[in-house]
Design a protein around this ligand. Structure first.
Ligand SMILES: Cc1cc2nc3c(=O)[nH]c(=O)nc-3n(C[C@H](O)[C@H](O)[C@H](O)COP(=O)(O)OP(=O)(O)OC[C@H]3O[C@@H](n4cnc5c(N)ncnc54)[C@H](O)[C@@H]3O)c2cc1C
Length: 681
């Protein structure tokens, strides 16, 4: 089965300024010219409508708010840090008044009652100043989200109305200096005092101080604090408590707060450290959706196993992770828009004629640098759309993930983690490449890249470090999302993952069976991978599926070998971690391509479908090309075919060249957010 883009373009459709082709390319293009390829004409409004999806109205509201407050981009460079923080806070409160930041909260508290809309609003906000974005994330996503998801009606009644308007500022105090990724090892303790019916919150050691907490240094009056709950001398694990930390600008009694100081970016957000010295809070301040303590000091929970309780609690907070992934992808859209538009104006060297220098975008190399990133941005956009829509369905109760069991919820958590990791790494890479593609001009703050680079850098770390997240993805794959491993300690978990991996991966998907299965879905029998069309999405997907399952079964085998040799399970897992990460990446890459292919397949025939198929093919072939050594090592790619893939990529880039401007315009980044007056004209 082929896409509408097969085969490549006719020579007369190439821009007249195209660089000289190699003899190999000439041969390619003779074939292309016989194909009858007609260059599509993109209706930009139609493309934007497709990308905006069902939340076009919400996204447009955010776009106009961004344009109205565009001066904050300049303020970030000219104001003192203190003034900039105040400016960002005021802006967040002002935006809250338009309803754009409260869309995910229940309507009875003044919210919009639509989780999907709140994610769409957040993603779109990433076109603008990212301190504003992160402050919104902290206040409404982390702080508000914790009250909403971990609290019950009394907490909702007490806090939601004021936090939704920004009247009550709060923070989410989970991370400590000593522990970020390993939340179960936090050192802050909340001990129940039955005599006064209060919890006493204490920082038990120096590295248990809360750290990097957004909103803490200046603005938050209240914190949702994650601490080890102790009742009657017994530790019940990490729970969340509402703790007042500041009143009238001064820290509350027993609370010490310090500013984290200047950061690499996001300096409009006041990150800080917090210490608690026997701070007393009423019993009711425990966010008690999943567990409670009775006045008499009896601990109660419907979820018996403490590890399962902990993971269930954290699972409700994945919206923040989904938002950060979407924010990263949208920040990449800003960068690729600027770099593409600049390359359509900037000329450098006479290359094809004497009287005029060449446009940067007419250089094959420039196309090769920018278009795969553009294609991947689209691919990740469609993956993100799927993840946020599943999250909306699960959190709104319109879908209990996958039936009524936990399997679907875990799968969603895994997809959210994987998309966040790939989306934020993509942002870092794209922003850097686009900065370089704009040369020296890219280095000037007015042209946006300075802030984009500095502010998005930490997206790979907060809301879950990307490498830690990919390990979660792999554990899900190795155990088919079994819930049991959440009931165990770290060591037990590794042993469990190992054993189950053997059963789930090796026995169910032995490599020879896998090969049979792949052969079944492809034309060409044994030589399928030598004969299938390079632009056949079934071929492209089968390659990614093969890689995923092969790496995964390799991990399972290695784990089994270590355990059979009586090695320490933790050491076994640690030794294969590079393969674990590779398996998770391969899995998420396959999902991303599937999302793109499904999106284009569903489109009605027409120019938009042709254009998006070009991008989808480019994304697929670049993904294979990037790992061609692996495919060749594993006998799935001959050197001839590998070269053909690279040629095809060149051909796709040439076809995309005339469409590039429209493809970036489709993102509809408001012009004032691009700034770059000299780059864009
Ligand atoms: C600007 C900013 C804002 C933040 N805002 C908040 C906030 O509002 N509230 C909040 O609670 N927290 C916040 N954080 C904290 C953030 O969530 C943590 O920094 C993050 O979870 C990572 O934890 P860590 O810094 O302890 O890194 P670590 O967990 O120590 O990780 C350090 C490195 O070790 C690697 N690593 C860790 N474990 C393993 C392993 N098992 N195997 C292999 N490698 C491993 C990681 O991949 C990483 O590269 C913020 C951080 C920053 C920088």
């Amino acid at each position: 089965m082929s896409t509408d883009t097969v085969p490549p373009s006719s020579a007369e459709n190439l821009p007249s300024t195209a660089p000289a082709a190699t003899p190999e390319q000439d041969a390619d293009e003779r074939v292309e010219s016989r194909s009858g390829y007609t260059q599509p004409v993109i209706d930009v409004a139609e493309l934007t409508a497709l990308l905006d999806g069902k939340y076009a109205e919400v996204r447009n509201l955010v776009r106009s708010n961004l344009a109205e407050h565009a001066s904050v981009l300049e303020d970030a460079e000219t104001m003192s840090r203190d003034d900039y923080r105040e400016r960002v806070k005021d802006l967040v409160v002002e935006m809250a008044a338009t309803g754009q930041t409260g869309m995910g909260f229940p309507e009875e508290y003044g919210g919009g009652g639509d989780i999907g809309a709140s994610i769409a609003a957040f993603e779109t906000l990433a076109y603008g100043d990212l301190s504003v974005l992160v402050k919104v994330g902290v206040q409404f996503g982390l702080f508000g989200g914790a009250i909403l998801q971990l609290g019950t009606k009394p907490h909702h009644d007490a806090y939601l109305p004021d936090l939704i308007t920004g009247k009550l500022m709060g923070c989410f105090a989970m991370t400590e200096t000593g522990h970020g990724s390993n939340v179960q090892a936090l050192g802050t303790v909340a001990t129940y005092d039955v005599a006064t019916q209060e919890f006493v919150v204490t920082t038990t050691r120096e590295d248990a101080r809360k750290d990097y907490i957004g909103n803490a240094a200046k603005h938050a009056e209240v914190a949702v604090v994650f601490a080890q709950l102790e009742v009657g001398g017994k530790s019940e694990g990490v729970h969340a408590f509402v703790v007042p930390i500041r009143a009238k600008g001064k820290p509350s009694e027993g609370v010490r707060i310090e500013d984290d100081g200047l950061k690499l970016g996001l300096n409009g957000v006041d990150n800080g450290r917090i210490w608690f010295d026997g701070v007393r809070i009423p019993r009711e301040n425990l966010l008690n959706r999943f567990a409670d303590v009775t006045p008499a000091g009896v601990y109660e929970s419907n979820i018996e196993n403490p590890n399962k309780r902990f993971f269930t609690m954290l699972g409700t907070l994945i919206q923040g992770r989904v938002c950060v992934g979407g924010g990263g992808i949208n920040a990449a859209k800003v960068a690729i828009t600027i770099a593409t538009k600049y390359a359509l104006r900037r000329r450098q060297f006479e290359a094809t004629r004497d009287d005029q220098e060449e446009l940067l975008l007419d250089y094959g190399l420039h196309q090769r640098r920018l278009f795969p990133l553009l294609a991947r941005t689209y691919a990740l956009h469609f993956m993100q759309e799927l993840v946020s829509s599943s999250l909306h369905d699960v959190l709104s109760g319109t879908q209990s993930s996958d039936g009524s069991d936990d399997h679907g919820q875990r799968e969603l958590e895994s997809r959210a983690a994987g998309t966040k990791a790939l989306g934020t790494w993509h942002a870092t890479r794209t922003i850097q490449e686009c900065r370089e593609a704009c040369g020296g001009a890219g280095y000037l703050a007015v042209n946006r890249f300075a802030a984009l680079k500095a502010d998005t850098d930490v997206f790979t770390t907060f809301e879950g470090d990307n490498h830690v997240l990919l390990q979660l993805v792999a554990k899900g794959l190795l155990t088919d999302y079994a819930s049991d491993f959440e009931d165990m300690d770290q060591l037990g978990m590794v042993r469990f993952v190992t054993n189950l991996a053997v059963e789930t991966v090796i026995e169910k998907t032995a490599v020879h069976k896998l090969l049979e299965r792949i052969k079944d879905v492809l034309p060409g029998g044994d030589n399928w991978d030598q004969e299938a069309g390079l632009l056949d999405p079934d071929y492209q997907l089968a390659m990614l599926r093969f890689r995923e399952e092969h790496i995964l079964s390799g991990v399972a085998r290695r784990l089994k070998r270590g355990i059979d040799n009586k090695m320490n399970p933790g050491e076994v897992f640690s030794r294969v971690q590079d393969h674990v990460i590779a398996a998770a990446r391969a899995h998420v890459e396959r999902l991303v391509l599937e999302a793109f292919v499904a999106k284009t397949r569903d489109l009605p025939d027409g120019d938009l479908k042709v254009a998006l198929n070009l991008l989808c093919d480019l994304h697929a072939l670049c993904t294979i090309e990037a790992d061609r050594a692996w495919f060749m090592e594993h006998g799935r790619l001959s050197s001839t075919r590998s070269k053909a893939i690279s040629r095809e990529i060149g051909s796709l880039c040439r076809k995309l060249r005339p469409l590039a401007d429209d493809l970036v315009d489709g993102f509809a980044v408001p012009a004032p957010m691009l700034r770059s007056p000299d780059l864009l004209g």
